[in-house]
Ligand binder design. Structure first.
Ligand code: ADP
Ligand code: MG
Length: 762
């Protein structure tokens, strides 16, 4: 009998799905529920955040007023007295870490009610105390703290010694339930469990081979350790488990896709692709050729290609994608190219048409008879154009359909969608990818392209269901970009900056001036909203926390509409045609402006980050980024990739008020790194280190990652790589995981969690 994922698995697993209410009291369960813990399994997966070293007292000077703290300290002195004026009694204890002190205060109706505390809080004893730090007459104190005295609740002396030497787990706690109360609950749940009660997602054979403890043992290791080495052993095993379960889930997705049927589109001799290659004005780089061959083979197979193409800015991904599209068109299919912004979609259409020449004029007089058409579909194009393009897509006349999110809308249909290319993946979630793929009658091949190099570890997790190809070299003949940081407060430097812009223009080159927002009149606080448009791209500059806490006192961010006026008034730029480009302009206006810029009718373009991705103007050599500290590393690298693409060298000036000489704030580090290197992989790695993990991964792409507690995607690359290999082997040997029910259950649980999260968000 085979079991489908989702069936209830009877037996031992149930011990970990038991509701906490079956083993713990109502109030405790209520407090645990608030921490998101509902089952015994949840509680056992609520790992300690850290461990208190036995006997090592907390540095009491580090406590902040108002903070909810758990401290280990020694009782120095206790006094109990009656309060004449107020009535009632009060116990005061002084705690110490050896140097500093902290006061404890308990009130009661009469002295007798304080006996319990008096008995436990004896001078010389060490305990864990928790509460909110308050201030009274200039001293810090905890009022009615919850506490436990180390070693007191143990009967025999020898045992007490051992107990006193054990690491003390400190749990993520709340005001409603203190850390050691959680510890007590964990023991209540964990102690009666035997090895067989705890189903282990890691198959025994693998566990043995890697010398990993069982799940049961690992839980004991982290919740009730006798020493640090046990903590390490348990933590490592649980971390490995997280990586392994995630990788098995991804391996199953890959296997599932491989098991699906797609239309094979083998390369056709004498077809469109051959004609294209014959007229290509440059030779492909080795990388382009190799990746191209890889794609050609996969497109020729009857199962869907699932590939991620990453490459340095300007490495020529578009041509690689186009050649794949042409192979599919030769095979009777269509290709959809999905771009994140309207500007980029329009740009892609222009680029593709230019590269294809008469091959893009299929069905037109003078077009090549092997030719096809390239259709554009965006949200804001006019009704007539849209209707025609929709017909070309649905009727199959357009072999290539380029668009934004508009491609996802219900009325877009294809005659035979054979390949989906998603450009600049970081703006698209997995769901959108799936929506587009659902438009095909059979599963289409998939090629995902990313703008920025992706560190290996992200490729293995976020994009773990895709195989990866990488273009490392940039075509010969590129002059590259030199980058300098310019202090905004230095008038001489700013003067020099604009004169440099002038020099570029005089040499018949073009210059971008990038600002973080559009309109100076938008309130600074609503700066994000100011950038909202169907492109969504303008927003990106503003999402970023500079990470040095200086946002609040910054002067207002430079805005396109203000900067353009300023530049038009500058003597240094007299006679220069200066245009603007931002997300609030209509698609037509944007496209017209880009065309004028490309043709040289506009020489300086003041823009938001709408130009960030993929804009390709060979004559653009200069870029000035204002408030450069407001942008992320990858984004700035992406931006400067727009210049120096032709034979003339590019110059990128990063203007910022955040960099004084010798400043070591994160923004300063970011900008200096950009000055020093143009290697996208190096920058991606620095970026990962400087930013918080969540920022890097992005909410839309965190599917599956929300279940990670111990694993750090940014740091545990080797572990993830090893888990991936093992996971692939397990799935190859047992695709439905029939023989590993606990593993199946773990994956099912992870999926359920993801769905829940998805529902929460929608
Ligand atoms: P990216 O990988 O950043 O998307 P593009 O595909 O936009 O890069 O390519 C950048 C530019 O390089 C384009 O103008 C493209 O036509 C050109 N290009 C691509 N491949 C080559 C090559 N092998 N030799 C010379 N130029 C190339
Ligand atoms: Mg590109």
């Amino acid at each position: 009998m085979t079991v489908e994922l989702g069936d209830v698995v009877e037996g031992p697993l149930d011990r970990l799905t038991e509701p906490l209410s079956r083993v713990l009291g109502t109030r405790t369960v209520g407090a645990l529920n608030k921490l998101g813990l509902h089952t015994t399994g949840d509680l056992l997966r609520h790992y300690p955040r850290r461990y208190s070293e036995p006997g090592k007292l907390t540095d009491l000077s580090s406590l902040e007023i108002g903070e909810h703290v758990t401290v280990m300290a020694e009782v120095r002195q206790v006094t109990v007295r009656e309060m004449r004026t107020r009535g009632g009694a009060m116990l005061q204890a002084v705690l110490t870490d050896g140097t500093r002190t902290l006061n404890l205060t308990f009130f009661a109706k009469h002295k007798g009610a304080l006996h319990g505390h008096e008995n436990k809080l004896r001078a010389g004893r060490v305990g864990l105390f928790t509460g909110v730090v308050g201030a009274y007459q200039g001293s810090r104190q905890l009022t009615h703290p919850d506490y436990t005295i180390v070693g007191v609740d143990v009967e025999d002396e020898a045992e007490a010694l051992v107990e006193a030497g054990r690491p003390i787990p400190i749990y993520p706690a709340s005001a409603a339930i203190a850390s050691w109360r959680i510890h007590t609950c964990v023991r209540t749940v964990l102690d009666p469990l035997r090895e067989v009660d705890v189903a282990d997602p890691i198959p025994e054979a693998l566990r043995t081979r890697l010398s990993l403890p069982t799940l049961h043992q690992a839980l004991l290791d982290v919740h009730e350790p006798f020493d640090d080495s046990q903590v390490r052993r348990g933590t490592n095993r649980l971390k490995y488990e997280e990586a392994f379960v995630l990788q098995v889930a991804l391996a199953r997705r890959r296997a599932e896709a491989a098991g699906q049927e797609a239309t094979a589109r083998p390369r056709l001799a004498g077809g469109l692709l051959d004609a294209f290659d014959a007229q290509l004005p440059f030779t492909l780089t080795n990388g382009q050729r190799e990746v191209g061959a890889e794609l050609a083979v996969e497109l020729a197979a009857p199962s869907p290609m699932q590939r991620l193409l990453q490459g340095e800015v300007g490495s020529g991904k578009t041509v690689v994608a186009l050649r794949a599209m042409l192979q599919v068109v030769d095979g009777g299919g269509q290709a959809a190219l999905m771009a994140p912004t309207e500007v980029l979609a329009a740009q892609h259409v222009r680029t593709l048409r230019a590269l294809l020449g008469t091959l893009a004029e299929g069905g037109f007089l003078g077009g090549d008879d092997r030719g096809t058409r390239v259709a554009l579909l965006t949200g804001s194009q006019n009704a007539a154009a849209r209707r025609e393009n929709l017909l070309d897509a649905a009727g199959g006349r357009a072999g290539i359909v380029v668009g934004t999110h508009a491609l996802l809308s219900e009325n877009v249909q294809f005659a035979d969608l054979g390949l989906v290319v998603v450009d600049e993946q970081h703006r698209f979630g997995v769901e959108q990818r799936d929506t587009l793929r659902a438009k095909a009658t059979r599963v289409p091949h998939l090629l995902v392209m990313t703008a920025t190099p992706i560190p290996r570890t992200i490729a293995m997790t976020v994009f773990g269901d895709l195989e990866t190809s990488t273009l490392t070299e940039v075509p010969a003949g590129r002059s590259g970009v030199t980058t300098h940081v310019v202090p905004a407060d230095n008038p001489a430097w700013m003067d020099r900056t604009w004169r440099r812009v002038r020099e570029e223009v005089d040499a018949f080159h073009r210059v971008f001036v990038v600002c973080p927002r559009i309109d100076p009149d938008d309130p600074a606080a609503a700066a994000g909203a100011a950038g909202v448009d169907d492109d969504g791209a303008d927003l990106l500059a503003l999402d970023l926390d500079p990470g040095d806490g200086t946002t609040a006192e910054r002067r207002p961010l430079r805005a396109v509409l203000e900067v353009v006026e300023e530049l038009r008034g500058l003597p240094a730029l007299a006679g220069v045609d200066i245009g603007v480009l931002h997300g609030r302009m209509s698609a037509d206006d944007k496209e017209r402006t880009m065309a004028q810029f490309a043709a040289g009718q506009i020489q300086v373009l003041v823009a938001t980050t709408v130009i960030e991705v993929g804009v390709d103007v060979a004559e653009a050599t200069g870029m000035v980024v204002l408030d450069a500290d407001r942008f992320g590393i990858s984004q700035l690298h992406q931006l400067r990739g727009r210049v120096g693409r032709g034979s003339a060298p590019g110059l990128c000036l990063l203007v910022t008020g955040a960099v004084d000489s010798g400043s070591s704030s994160p923004s300063a580090t970011r900008l200096r790194t950009l000055e020093e290197t143009t290697d996208g992989f190096v920058l991606a790695a620095v970026d990962l280190e400087l930013r918080r993990e969540g920022d890097v991964l992005g909410a839309a792409q965190s599917g599956g990652l929300s279940s990670l507690r111990l694993l750090r995607v940014t740091r545990d690359a080797d572990l993830i790589a090893r888990a991936r290999t093992e996971a692939t082997a397990v799935v190859d040997a047992d695709p439905t995981l029939e023989h590993s029910p606990a593993l199946r259950a773990a994956i099912e649980q992870q999926l359920a969690g993801e769905r829940e999260e998805f529902l929460d968000r929608s």
